[in-house]
Design a binder for this molecule. Structure first.
Ligand SMILES: *Cc1c(COP(=O)(O)O)cnc(C)c1O
Length: 382
């Protein structure tokens, strides 16, 4: 019999040979845009902290104040004794900001999807998921007893065909997509999606992890569309940690009663909740700040002659995984942290540099980055 260690080593060797082994790099974030790695200071184009709020003095102070009031941890599940008063305050604020009746805060965005989807879609239900939607949507679907199908990315004809062929045989149907696609930066066609959802009597869930705080004055990609299930994270533009869903009061009550990743896990620590409340204050009172990440991304796509950015996420598709790693390493030599993304996070042959732009990136650094990337791409061709 193969030993456990032989099993692990064999797997790792295989992944290494395909350029797919992953390694952690100790990284200290030293400002909104700078990190330190291996003793070097780099400018990061890889954080999802779009408004640099994780480092904001007001957000840090609010996190510290929450610790002083309520301690370092929640101490139990929210349904036991972990429901400290800041959580209810944050949920009211989120619901109001997203134009929903109520909200439920989870430990993370991943946990949110892992709990919401099985609560709403069970045996006899159908789940239709955009093929490029985030991994945790698929994880949530696998945790449910529902049948799930993928539709081609943003392809409404394909979705319609799947609905026509499969909707009638399912009791209930959930359509789930990212609002802003995390690895491609493009937007879901929410108008068509909500129309199809109505036409075929489906529930629409939009994961707006990369929309909150940076699109439509910070309200996110769903603003102005009829989306009954608005899910997102507090870990990106909000700068801290946690996940949420905004929906009607009855849906939220059901989720709080039934979602496993809400019930059987400890409540979010007071510091995270305090940070999120202060970050929301900033998002709500400084709409001009929320517009900056997209404007910066558009500066870059303009300089690079790429299609105009639709969000602060800009992919530079390279194809080969090893080549993407080499490019990232070369840019690191030039002082830029631009992380390469490989399968299975992206489809086979779709390895890329994934760039994210934040409010704090100075224009001259964006110009320097564009010329460094152009230099590396020329070198590769030569
Ligand atoms: C990052 C991300 C998540 C997970 O959120 P966390 O709070 O980091 O767990 C979920 N969905 C999408 C689309 C994401 O990009």
């Amino acid at each position: 019999m193969q030993s456990l260690d032989d099993f692990a080593r064999g797997k790792l060797q295989d992944l290494e040979a395909r350029g797919l082994r992953r390694r952690l790099n100790s990284t200290a974030r030293v400002s909104g845009i700078h990190v330190e790695r291996d003793g070097r200071r780099l400018i990061s184009f890889s954080c999802n902290d779009y408004l640099n709020l994780s480092q904001d003095p007001r957000v840090r102070a609010s996190a510290k104040a929450a610790i002083d009031s309520y301690g370092a941890g929640a101490g139990a599940s929210r349904l036991v004794t972990g429901n400290h008063p800041l959580l209810e305050q944050l949920e009211r604020r989120l619901a109001k900001f997203k134009g929903a009746e109520a909200a439920c805060v989870f430990g993370s965005g991943y946990l949110a999807n892992a709990g919401i989807i099985p609560t709403l879609a069970g045996n006899g239900s159908l789940i239709l998921i955009d093929e490029l939607a985030h991994s945790c949507i698929r994880a949530g679907a696998r945790l449910s007893a529902a049948r799930s199908l993928m539709f081609r990315h943003n392809d409404m004809d394909n979705l319609k065909a799947l609905l026509a062929a499969n909707r009638a045989s399912a009791k209930r149907c959930l359509i789930a997509t990212d609002g802003v696609f995390s690895m491609d930066g493009d937007l879901a066609p929410l108008k068509s999606l909500s129309e199809l959802a109505k036409q075929y009597d489906c529930w629409l869930m939009v994961d707006d992890a990369h929309g909150l705080g940076v699109l439509n004055g910070g309200h996110g990609s769903t603003l102005g569309y009829d989306v009954p299930l608005q899910m997102g994270t507090l870990s990106k533009a909000i700068g801290g940690y946690g996940g949420y869903i905004c929906a009607s009061s009855s849906v939220i009550d059901l989720i709080k009663t039934r979602a496993g990743s809400f019930i059987y896990t400890t409540g979010l620590p007071p510091s995270c909740v305090g940070a999120a409340i202060a970050a929301l204050d900033i998002v709500e009172s400084e709409p001009e700040l929320t517009a900056l990440p997209l404007a910066k991304a558009r500066e870059f796509t303009g300089l690079m002659n790429l299609p105009e950015a639709q969000s602060p996420v800009v992919p530079l598709i390279v194809g080969d995984a090893r080549r993407a790693m080499q490019l990232a390493a070369a840019l690191e030599e030039d002082g830029f942290l631009v992380v390469a993304i490989r399968p299975p996070t992206v489809p086979e042959g779709g390895s890329r540099l994934r760039l994210t732009f934040s409010a704090g990136h100075p224009d001259d650094e964006i110009e320097r980055l564009a010329s460094a990337i152009r230099k590396q791409l020329r070198r590769a061709v030569a």
